[in-house]
Design a protein around this ligand. Structure first.
Ligand SMILES: *Cc1c(COP(=O)(O)O)cnc(C)c1O
Length: 399
């Protein structure tokens, strides 16, 4: 069937919440995807920071087929080995004590919010307010939308769950000023993804950690986008010599198969029997894939490779910025980067990159985001930056 027909079918039968590009993607391998006309693209969107090991990685294909032939889902009424192997490996690689599995990032953050509410009831006299940040993104459920900053995601759905207090990001004094007897936790992304790839100062998270200790409140980290190796450590907080009380992880964890998890210290793990649950969360199929991906990352020190490739991408982006005055800032860590533009040209740039065979994400009207797989080659990084450079030159010359 023609691309146009599928686009028509989408318009007729699919709820129109996604603004899609006019391509039907059919298959992928590594950093490359092909559309239904056989055109090839470099994929620097990666399912939005999800395809950590690239497309059609044999590690994932093998884990999926092996586990699908044995057991997919049996509920959490019974023990299954993949879930417990993955729980152990995640706790060992994060320093947390307990894991809980779900199916998405939003559900994982929702779990953190429930954990904090329960902890507040038991340990802090019913305190329930959670301090969150400007430009934060935590998901699309009602509570995570309430925790997120974007008004477009919030306004149509009021009244939202209450108990979220917003402060500027990267400003510990604002957190101190917002802390009251009702405060139970601070919830932050250690590096903001959807907000535009915002990297805080090196002393921000350590200062927030100290404040949470002093005030007797929890530090919750949303590592849905940064966790499982994306920033060059298994978890982003590990760059800063601190630990949260609990964290959420999802996107890169199973390399493209839907999974989410929250991990918590025993001291915060007050959810008891029956107080939280899930049908699909922790199923054997997703967990076997998650385990295989995480084990591969650890055995092959993929975070070190992410750091190395990330340094190459950073150098290339900085030299692009030096040649192209439209680029006013380069920011990121590991393999999550953004370039800031001096004008709202990201949509035009993304469309032209698509024509030129590069999938890239306009994370803001003025910023482009690069989140390639951890397995990306230096040659692929070069090709992608070359395309972006060509496209920005065209746009700047038209003005
Ligand atoms: C993507 C994302 C989420 C939501 O994840 P979903 O799987 O889309 O529910 C939550 N927090 C952060 C930081 C994210 O990047």
């Amino acid at each position: 069937m023609q691309t146009e027909n599928w686009i028509e079918i989408e318009h007729k039968y699919y709820l129109q919440t996604a603004k899609r590009f006019p391509v039907v993607l059919e298959r992928g391998e590594g950093t490359i995807v092909w559309d239904s006309d056989g055109k090839q693209y470099l994929d620097f969107v990666g399912g939005i920071a999800v395809t950590s090991l690239g497309h059609a990685n044999p590690i994932i294909v093998e884990a999926l087929t092996r586990q699908a032939q044995k057991l997919i889902t049996v509920s959490n009424l019974y023990y299954t080995v993949p879930q417990l192997k993955l729980a152990k490996l995640l706790c060992e690689s994060s320093g947390m004590d307990k894991a809980f599995f779900c199916n998405s990032g939003a559900e994982a953050v929702e779990g953190l919010i429930k954990l904090a509410r329960k902890w507040g009831k038991v340990k802090r006299d019913g305190a329930y307010e959670i301090i969150v940040a400007d430009d934060a993104f935590h998901g699309r459920t009602l509570a995570t939308v309430a925790a997120s900053a974007n008004e477009l995601y919030r306004a149509p759905f009021t009244p939202l769950p209450e108990g979220f207090v917003r402060v500027p990001y990267n400003d510990v004094e604002a957190i101190k000023a917002a802390t009251t007897g009702k405060t139970v936790a601070v919830l932050l992304e250690p590096l903001q993804g959807e907000g535009g790839v915002n990297v805080p100062d090196d002393d921000y998270l350590p200062a927030v950690r100290s404040w949470c200790d002093e005030a007797g409140i929890l530090l919750l980290l949303d590592e849905v986008q940064t966790g499982a190796g994306r920033t060059g450590k298994m978890f982003c907080f590990q760059h800063y010599g601190i630990e949260p009380d609990a964290l959420a992880v999802a996107k890169a964890l199973a390399g493209g198969v839907a999974i989410g998890a929250f991990l918590t210290k025993d001291s915060a793990a007050l959810l008891g029997p029956g107080e939280h649950g899930t049908t699909f969360g922790g199923n054997a199929l997703a967990c076997e894939v998650g385990y295989s991906v995480l084990k591969y990352m650890i055995d092959n020190d993929l975070p070190a490779q992410v750091t190395k490739r990330g340094e190459h991408l950073e150098r290339r982006l900085i030299s692009l910025a030096n040649r192209q005055p439209m680029v006013t800032e380069v920011r990121g860590k590991g393999l999550i980067w953004a370039i800031e533009l001096d004008r709202p040209a990201s949509e035009a740039a993304v469309n032209r990159c698509l024509e030129e065979g590069l999938l890239i994400n306009g994370v803001k009207p003025t910023a482009l985001r690069f989140v390639p797989p951890f397995t990306v080659s230096e040659e692929e990084l070069d090709r992608a930056v070359d395309i972006v450079e060509r496209v920005l030159r065209e746009i700047s010359e038209e003005k």
